[in-house]
Write a protein that binds this ligand. Structure first.
Ligand code: 13P
Length: 252
């Protein structure tokens, strides 16, 4: 399994076709920075168009429905996003867990559907500010992992975990590198408990207010395999600052 840093832009509900020029610019730059694996998760409506622009970067979805198809108005299945050009999907983002009441069991069903469709999956976990204040953050994240990750051993090679503390998302507050290292170590231990040796190789991304200014420090924190980036992935200029920091990581 690759050890290249994995930098993923989650565009959330941002982007019309006018943003394809940003995707194109990100892709062109990624061609020069081959030490980094770069991906974008645009809204469903742009997956196909970004996929057509992309020579190198991977394109993914931000969510999928667990069923292959059926009477689910407004939903989009894993098979459909794959057909549109997605090679991965994010599942279990805290904005979906909080905004749509997504349970661990539902997140797991989505992750399994994505893998069954032939994609890889980024499973998001993270505690709220209250959880951390109560000292329950490791427990909460460990329970999310146990409940949200697919069961089968064969799935492990297609899994990336993203640790995104809810209080760090879109706030400008990042976790300290000590806190990130401690949580990533706890996540690693759980991955090994669940999957055995394969769990050692699963990449763990950090997400939450990552930008060009803090990326170098975050990306050199032990067991940080990359970043899941929201706001700073919306323009090529700000996203490239993070990709360059990732490219320089192994030279530091
Ligand atoms: P921000 O980078 O905007 O804090 O968002 C992080 C995130 O939620 C990525 O999935």
């Amino acid at each position: 399994m690759t050890t290249r840093p994995f930098i993923v832009g989650n565009w959330k509900m941002h982007g019309t076709r006018s943003m394809l020029s940003e995707a194109r610019a990100i892709d062109r730059a990624a061609e020069r920075l081959i030490k980094v694996e770069v991906a974008l998760a645009p809204p469903f409506t742009l997956i196909h168009a970004v996929h057509k622009e992309a020579g190198l970067i991977a394109v993914g979805a931000q969510d999928c429905h667990p069923a292959d198809g059926g009477a689910h108005t407004g939903d989009v299945s894993a098979i459909m996003v794959k057909d549109a050009g997605a090679s991965f999907t994010i599942v279990g983002h805290s904005e979906r867990r909080a905004g749509y009441g997504e349970t661990n069991a539902l997140v797991k069903a989505k992750a399994e559907a994505a893998i069954a469709a032939g994609m890889s999956v980024i499973v998001c976990v993270g505690e709220t500010e209250d959880d951390r204040a109560a000292g329950k953050h490791v427990d909460v994240v460990t329970r999310q992992l146990k409940g949200s990750l697919p069961d089968s051993d064969g799935a492990a090679e297609r899994i990336t975990v993203a640790y995104e503390p809810v209080w760090a998302i879109g706030t400008g507050n990042t976790a300290t590198t000590d806190d990130i290292a401690a949580m990533h170590a706890a996540i690693r231990a759980k991955l090994v408990a669940l999957y055995g040796e394969v769990g050692e190789a699963i990449r763990i991304l950090y997400g939450g207010s990552v930008n060009a200014g803090n990326a170098a420090e975050i990306l050199t924190t032990p067991d940080v395999g990359g970043a899941l980036v929201g706001g700073a992935s919306l323009t090529a200029e700000s996203f490239l600052g993070i990709i360059v920091a990732a490219a320089e990581r192994d030279e530091a």
